[in-house]
Design a protein around this ligand. Structure first.
Ligand SMILES: NC(=O)c1ccc[n+]([C@@H]2O[C@H](COP(=O)([O-])OP(=O)(O)OC[C@H]3O[C@@H](n4cnc5c(N)ncnc54)[C@H](OP(=O)(O)O)[C@@H]3O)[C@@H](O)[C@H]2O)c1
Length: 222
């Protein structure tokens, strides 16, 4: 028996991170809906991603993409975070929303600056209410690694959210896209994952490596 996979809408999926996630999940067999402010731009991006991944990728305007998917991923710059939540709020009701947002404050992107609400993902959860299971993830993954389907992604994914089952679903989604992911606690903990990105950008700029990432170490429990 074949098990039908959940459809995933990627809001801002024409961009760097969203299209990278789309590519990897489409390749893994998830039906993807690319969201954009422009339906035409979404359809054009979807066509390219379908060709590269060999998967099922369609495109639509952001609010319609959110409404038609089983799970929604928010991948727009922090400056558009709250306006975009307003646009998709009806469509995400009752669903899991993955928030990848890093609340960077250009031009000082190497300096941690968290928003007044604690973190971008905490603000998302507070804005949408308990009917939406907000899970934060992927803030520490570089978009170009996602786009290189031959790349082994060594940076691990911290997954934060108040609902354990929703977190587990996102851990599985990260695995299906080729990454190791960890349950990292409630949505309040997203502040740490979001803040880490500025440190990684600093290390990339000033250290001897590119694509700096994080990895959880430890001894197996008996
Ligand atoms: N890039 C990375 O390596 C990376 C890594 C980890 C986390 N992130 C996070 O992922 C999110 C997306 O990053 P990105 O680099 O993919 O961003 P991006 O390419 O700059 O933008 C993503 C998409 O957001 C939409 N957008 C841009 N301006 C908008 C506006 N004023 N109103 C509504 N939508 C707008 C655009 O889609 P349309 O024009 O088609 O509407 C754009 O393609 C950010 O929050 C970032 O912090 C990025």
């Amino acid at each position: 028996m074949t098990c039908k996979k959940l459809s995933i809408a990627i809001i801002g999926g024409t961009g760097d991170l969203g299209s990278g996630l789309a590519l990897r999940w489409a390749k893994a067999g998830y039906p993807i809906i690319i969201g954009s402010r422009s339906k035409a731009a979404a359809e054009e991006a979807a066509k390219k991603l379908a060709k590269i991944s060999g998967g099922q990728v369609t495109g639509d305007e952001n609010s319609l993409a959110a409404a038609s998917a089983g799970l929604v991923v928010l991948t727009v710059p922090f400056s558009n975070h709250e306006p975009m939540l307003n646009i998709i709020k009806d469509g995400v009701h009752g669903k899991i929303l993955i928030d990848v947002t890093v609340p960077l404050a250009p031009p000082k992107v190497m300096r941690v600056k968290l928003p007044v609400g604690g973190s971008a993902a905490k603000e998302t959860q507070d804005f949408l209410g308990d009917e939406v299971r907000v899970v934060s993830a992927f803030q520490n993954i570089a978009a170009d690694l996602l786009h290189d389907l031959t790349a082994t992604i060594e940076c691990e994914v911290l997954v934060c959210g108040n609902n354990k089952d929703a977190r587990a679903e996102v851990v599985e989604l990260a695995k299906s896209a080729g990454m190791t992911a960890w349950h990292a606690g409630p949505i309040d903990n997203s502040a740490a994952a979001e803040a880490l990105t500025s440190l990684l950008i600093f290390i990339n700029k000033n250290g001897p490596v590119t694509h700096a990432g994080i990895r959880v170490t430890g001894d197996p429990k008996s």
